[in-house]
Design a protein around this ligand. Structure first.
Ligand SMILES: Nc1nc2c(c(=O)[nH]1)N[C@H]1C(S)=C(S)[C@@H](COP(=O)(O)O)O[C@H]1N2
Ligand SMILES: [Mo]
Length: 413
């Protein structure tokens, strides 16, 4: 029997037993029974809200729990972050209001009319551009993930939900101007090797970007998922370096200094370096390696016996996801999950695997393989190479334990 990779397996029934159980559960709630056909729910008896009752739309009030996850232990403002609720999202795009945030000096309130981008250093013609100038260049839109390299740190594969574990990753369609276009306008001198980007926040966050990346797929972004960047994501202008660690994607961009050497800023010396077992520190680890996580079922969710679709996200800073393997027996055997189109380079890729749970306690997990052949490691394989002194760049497999009750929990905890 042929199977459409994007469609359901033909002639299969999934919830026949489950559906009967659902009706039984509803019968307890009289109000639910009224709403069930052929009854008439109250929302059918009066006209609905006016158009324009919300000039900027928000989700249903019944979805009020689907919000960014703000870690309680972190002193917010000084070193603030919030995480995307991965377990509540479908598809590959993150809604702008749920995109993860990471700020080192708060969120500046920038007037785009007064914002300027200066390009100077090893260029033929230094430039100062307004936002209008930037938007006059030819633009492009691309879908890419963005991930903090501390997602999670080596010490914190703790937490309950998928969001607690790896919620510092999101994916959007970004629109902007190729950084190469603007650098060519200024004219790079032959000695130009690095471009030092500086943000207009109180942290003046500064990162050095190799010129090869600047002339490749780097973007100066002003829009995200069709609308202007949110202040949290760098309004009115940010750097987007597809596949590179989140920290280098400088928000609130005000300056590009073209240099022969890196800046060796705080973010590339004291922070965002990886302590290795031999006592040295690995510096300038730009690319985020392949990674995946099952988002449903995942920590704090509860499954029932019978059919459950396993789904999750995979991504790689080196290119496209080639394969995602899923184990439902604690890593003993692995099956290929279906990859949902589109499978884009350096973007989240959604995977799905049909699964029938027989009620036996088990551990489920996924591992991503990218187009370079790189395989996402287990935590023990990763620490065999990296030791336990590292903080950043943990792309280990995430196991979820399924208890006899159907409750799903962090397999590391
Ligand atoms: N100017 C500036 N840019 C910044 C930061 C910052 O604090 N200031 N944080 C960096 C870090 S550590 C990450 S992971 C990403 C987060 O981007 P987001 O908040 O849009 O998700 O932005 C990076 N760019
Ligand atoms: Mo980050």
């Amino acid at each position: 029997m042929t199977r459409d990779p994007d469609g359901p397996p033909a002639r299969r029934r999934f919830l026949v037993q489950g559906a009967a159980a659902a009706v039984g559960a509803l019968a307890g709630a009289a109000r639910a029974e009224e709403a069930m056909p052929p009854g008439t729910p109250e929302w059918m008896t009066v006209p609905g809200a006016d158009v324009g009752s919300q000039t900027y739309g928000t989700p249903s009030r019944f979805e009020a729990d689907v919000i960014r996850n703000v870690p309680k232990g972190l002193k917010q403002y000084i070193s603030a972050s919030s995480r995307t609720p991965l377990q509540d999202l479908d598809g590959i795009l993150t809604p702008n209001g749920l995109f993860y945030e990471r700020h080192h000096g708060g969120i500046p309130d920038i007037d785009p009319a007064r914002h300027r981008l200066m390009i100077h250093g090893l260029v033929e013609t230094p430039l100062v551009l307004t936002m209008d100038d930037i938007r006059r260049f030819p633009s492009e839109s691309h879908i890419h993930f963005l991930e903090c390299s501390g997602n999670p740190s080596f010490e914190a594969i703790k937490g309950q939900t998928a969001s607690d574990l790896v919620g510092l990753v999101s994916c959007a369609e970004w629109t902007g101007v190729r950084l190469a276009t603007v650098l060519r306008e200024a004219g790079l001198k032959p000695e130009a090797k690095w471009v030092v980007a500086e943000g207009a926040d109180a942290a003046a966050l500064t990162r050095s970007i190799p010129v090869e990346k600047c002339l490749d797929d780097a973007l100066l972004v002003y829009s995200q998922n069709g609308e202007r960047l949110r202040p949290q994501q760098g309004y009115p202008l940010r750097v987007l370096l597809p596949g590179f660690e989140g920290n280098m994607n400088v928000k609130w961009l005000r300056r590009l200094n073209v240099t022969a050497e890196p800046a060796y800023s705080r973010e590339e010396t004291a922070k965002y370096t990886d302590s290795m077992p031999d006592g040295t520190a690995r510096q300038f680890t730009f690319v985020m390696e392949a990674k995946s996580i099952i988002t449903r079922p995942s920590g704090t969710q509860r499954i029932v016996r019978g059919f459950n679709e396993i789904t999750g996200i995979a991504w790689s800073g080196r290119g496209r996801i080639q394969r995602v393997e899923v184990s439902v027996d604690d890593g003993r055997t692995w099956a290929d999950a279906a990859l949902q189109a589109p499978v884009l380079t350096r973007a989240l890729t959604r995977f799905r695997l049909p699964w029938s749970w027989d009620g036996t306690p088990t551990t489920i997990m996924s591992r991503a393989i990218d187009e370079t052949g790189y395989v996402q490691p287990s935590f023990s394989d990763l620490t065999a190479v990296r030791g336990l002194k590292s903080f950043y760049h943990n792309n280990a497999i995430v196991p979820w334990r399924v208890a006899e009750t159907g409750e799903v929990a962090n397999g590391y905890a």
